[in-house]
Design a protein. Structure first.
Length: 107
């Protein structure tokens, strides 16, 4: 399996926009240049492991998602449904699930 610069960059950009964070914010928190982050998001540059870990932490996404597009385990039905969602939609689904769980556990 090859490192797909373009797909990785698109997933980073999508996750960043879902927050919504600016390139300036993410790059300063990750200790990388804003221009470099722009190149990564455009698929013109790759990341070091350290930078990948920092960006994943800042964006609150897994490296598995950034590298391969995997959101969760493929075996359970909920994960299969969640895999179809964008990072922004995943955030909304998480909020709905929190409300549901809180409602169920309040009784």
């Amino acid at each position: 399996m090859l490192y797909d610069y373009k797909a990785v960059g698109q997933r980073i950009k999508s996750a960043r926009n879902a927050k919504p964070y600016t390139q300036d914010y993410v790059s300063s928190k990750a200790n990388i240049g804003e221009k470099f982050l722009s190149q990564v998001e455009c698929g013109k540059a790759g990341l070091s492991v350290n930078s990948l870990v920092e960006i994943c932490s800042i964006l609150e996404v897994s490296s598995d998602y950034i590298l391969f597009g995997n959101t969760h385990s493929k075996s359970d039905p909920i994960s299969k449904l969640l895999k179809k969602l964008s990072p922004k939609q995943l955030n909304a689904a998480e909020e709905l699930l929190k409300i549901f769980v809180n409602t169920c556990t309040d009784k």
